[in-house]
Each structure stands twice: as C-alpha cells, then as structure tokens.
Ligand binder design. Structure first.
Ligand code: ADP
Ligand code: MG
Length: 235
C-alpha cells in the first residue's frame, strides 16, 4: 500500500446536540479518485470543512502527507496543497472567467495568465475567457470554480457536488478533467449524489449516515450493501 496522501483518524464534529461527523476515519492513497456519499445531512460537507480548516474538529486527527493539519487555518491548508470547491458556487459574477482564476494568484501575473488560460482550455472554456462569470451557465460557472481550485496546483482536490445541475456535455468535460488530474498523480475526493457518476469515476466509495462511516469499498459492492440501501431508502 502506498503512503496515504490524506488520513482522517476518528474525526468528530458536533453542532449543539447534532453529531455532524462521528468518529470518521478515511485513508486516501495518491493517484486515486474517491467518492463520498450519504443522505442529505449525513456530514459530507462538515467533513470537508474539518479537513480544510473551515470548521474546528472536536476530536480526531487529520494528516496530509504524514503531517498534522487539524488546527491549521484554511489558507494554510490550501497552501500545503489541498484545494476544494463548495456546494454553493462562489464565482465573482462581475469578473471575467479569466479574472476569476487570476484573483487567487500571488505570483507573477504573466505566469498566472498562462496557467489560467491552460486551465480554461483544460475544461473547454478558453473561448469564454473574457465573458463575465455571471453570464455563464450554471454548469460553466462550476467548471470555472473547479479550475480556479487548480491554479495553485493542489495534490489533493475535494469536490463538493461538482456535477449537480451540470448538463451532460459539461459534465463529460468535468469528468474527463477529473480523470486527467488522477492520471497526473493527484488525489480526488468527491461528494456526489449521481450514482452513475460515482460508479463511472470512483475506485473507492465511502458512505456516511448520521455522521458515521457505514461502508467503504468499490462502487459495485457499495450499491449492493444492505446498510447503504437502508440509509438511502429505508426511511
Ligand atoms: N454550521 C452549522 N451549524 C449547525 N448545524 C450544522 C452546521 N453545518 C452543518 N450542520 C448540521 O450537521 C449535519 C451535517 O450537515 P452537512 O455536513 O451539511 O451534511 P451533508 O453535506 O452530508 O448534506 C446536519 O444535521 C446539519 O444540519
Ligand atoms: Mg453538503
């Protein structure tokens, strides 16, 4: 087994009386695509927030390339090489697609511009680089947000429902891009409700229910798992 890129160890997070994440452990190896699924409210976004420093965990550890990152601030986590998208789109509508990528850079502008154009090409949006992000379709905005995360060249990418509301053509562009990232050796963890997307993309799937990890394995087995079926359809 390869050394893990990310290790989440017995992580817990409560909001008042709600155990949003309850003792979850995960291990992600480099160059793989992982899925994170579970009913609404099962703790997927909270887990992302705890990994990326947006929420402070109550208990447990998070290690990135063997180094403790729980307790770090979001910008510190990002700087180490973890990128994420949000369930709710966060593009700047009054900036162009290209400018939306340039806002996250701190190095020389010419190099950033080259990188940004390369990334827009990566998802077939180069032709829309000067369009206001607010004029792009919902799916195109999600792609802009996705490639903005790649500006800093993260080694681990967390995607929170990247496919939701994205039409089929753009979805294929997105899925291709995710596979190419994996082929470059990056690790991807994505929250996704569409089982077809999960089945076609992920090698390993983790299932959360009421904050607990109830299953882990290849998507084919997960789909047939009694506890998973119960969590989705049993109530
Ligand atoms: N900031 C918060 N304050 C209070 N409760 C929260 C907060 N964020 C999430 N929760 C609760 O934690 C649980 C998990 O939510 P969430 O992580 O958003 O689930 P998911 O992303 O799987 O839909 C839910 O019961 C939700 O209401
Ligand atoms: Mg969520």
């Amino acid at each position: 087994m390869a050394a893990p890129v990310l290790e989440v160890d017995a992580l817990s997070k409560h909001f008042g009386g709600v155990a949003a994440v309850a003792g979850v452990s995960l291990r992600l190896e480099p160059g793989r695509i992982y899925g994170l699924i579970g009913p609404n409210g099962s703790g997927k976004t909270t887990l992302f927030n705890c990994i990326t420093g947006l929420e402070r965990r109550d208990a447990g550890r998070v290690l990135f390339n063997g180094r403790r990152i729980d307790g770090l601030k979001p910008f510190e986590v990002a700087r180490l090489g973890i990128g994420r998208t949000f369930q709710i789109i966060r593009v700047f509508p009054e900036l162009s697609a290209l400018e939306n990528l340039l806002v996250v850079t701190d190095g020389p502008l010419a190099a950033a511009r080259t990188r940004a154009l390369e990334l827009l090409r990566f998802v077939n949006l180069e032709g829309l680089k000067d369009e206001y992000a607010g004029n792009l379709s919902y799916g195109q905005q999600k792609l802009v947000e996705f490639v903005r995360v790649l500006m800093r060249d993260p080694t681990l990418v967390l995607l929170d429902e990247p496919a939701a509301g994205v039409n089929r053509t753009l979805l294929n562009d997105l899925l291709d891009a995710v596979r190419r990232l994996r082929d470059e050796g990056k690790t991807i963890l994505l929250v996704e409700h569409d089982m077809k997307v999960v089945m076609g993309l992920c090698e390993t799937v983790f299932v959360l229910d009421h904050g607990e990890k109830i299953a882990e394995g290849p998507p084919g087995l997960i789909q047939a798992d009694e506890r998973v079926i119960e969590a989705y359809f049993g109530r």
